[in-house]
Write a protein that binds this ligand. Structure first.
Ligand SMILES: Nc1ncnc2c1ncn2[C@@H]1O[C@H](COP(=O)(O)OP(=O)(O)OP(=O)(O)O)[C@@H](O)[C@H]1O
Ligand SMILES: [Mg+2]
Length: 288
């Protein structure tokens, strides 16, 4: 990435001198709001140096949003892979199909997201990378290390990634259905922990990303989020109870219906356990 966009240069230069508390002014409205400036600086630094980054954190903490914001800052398009338990070579690399040209049947290879991003020199985002089948990901080990190379098993073609190719992956450790990430794979990433944002950052996010405008209610939602995160840390609540995604939904609904009902629809009724439901409902009743 020889020609880094100006704003990336500005961030890196600024960081050499000081570590200012807020880079969020650089992120266009609707982008990722970071809990601290170091997180953005370190992600940008790693990507500028040609490294892959792994965003690690619970559901709804903004991992996908962060990847989108980084691709925006680097002015690089991003190809995405959504992993699932049946993620296989085809969904990563592509597949063969039959085509007809001048009435003649031909076998054609249709490239998948990994090969597209390599050929394009773009960003590749692999979501929930630990949901993939253990035998699938070793296929791309060579893509992720200094070789940046892949032998396409469908065509035997050797593909080397164009300058600019970077990988951002996300994992949600502990999520049901995930397997611990293979060490060889984890070894190929710079790991960035993505926490739930809180306090002023969360306040700013709700103000810019939700239809809720009443400041008093927004502040109560910031408080609710803090209580939910604490509940999760103490093992009283399932992890998704603290999702910022669900909190933003509750904020949106609260602009039109009473907050308690909004919290019931957006947060409480997603929980399985009756005690957990009661716990969140009590928090809501105390606050609102
Ligand atoms: N720190 C943040 N900055 C900006 N938006 C955020 C942040 N945290 C959560 N959000 C918002 O919450 C919603 C969920 O974010 P996102 O999809 O990026 O989460 P995720 O960590 O990728 O979740 P999952 O693990 O479920 O895929 C989005 O609407 C996003 O804008
Ligand atoms: Mg995501």
């Amino acid at each position: 990435m020889n020609n880094l966009p100006e704003q990336i240069h500005a961030i890196l230069q600024q960081n050499k001198r000081t570590d200012p508390t807020n880079y969020n002014y650089l992120i266009k409205q609707g982008g990722y709001v970071a809990p601290n400036s170091a997180l953005i600086t370190d992600a940008i630094t790693a990507l500028s140096l040609g490294k892959n980054i792994l965003l690690k954190g619970p559901t709804g903490t903004g991992k996908t949003k962060f990847a989108e914001t980084l691709s925006f800052l680097f002015q690089q398009p991003m190809f995405s892979v959504n992993s699932s338990i049946d993620l296989d070579a085809e969904s990563l690399l592509g597949f063969k199909t039959l085509t007809y040209e001048n009435n003649k049947q031909q076998i054609q290879f249709v490239p998948g997201p990994v090969i597209n991003a390599m050929n394009d020199g773009s960003f590749l985002y692999i979501d929930e990378i630990n949901m993939a089948k253990p035998e699938t990901l070793p296929l791309i080990n060579g893509v992720l290390d200094y070789r940046r190379t892949l032998t396409n098993p469908f065509t035997n073609e050797v593909i080397t990634a164009k300058e600019g190719f970077r990988v951002i992956a996300a994992i949600n450790e502990g999520y049901i259905g995930t397997v611990p990430l293979n060490e060889a794979l984890k070894n190929r990433f710079i790991v960035l922990e993505i926490p739930y944002i809180a306090g002023d950052q969360l306040l700013a996010l709700i103000k810019s990303n939700s239809t809720l405008t009443d400041m008093q209610t927004i502040k109560l939602f910031v408080q609710l989020s803090e209580d939910l995160v604490r509940g999760v840390k103490q093992g009283k609540l399932a992890e998704d109870a603290a999702s910022i995604r669900a909190l933003l939904d509750a904020c949106d609904l609260s602009s039109l219906i009473p907050p308690e009902r909004a919290i019931k629809r957006a947060i409480v009724d997603k929980l399985e356990d009756d005690r957990e439901k009661q716990f969140v409902q009590n928090l809501a009743e105390t606050l609102f």
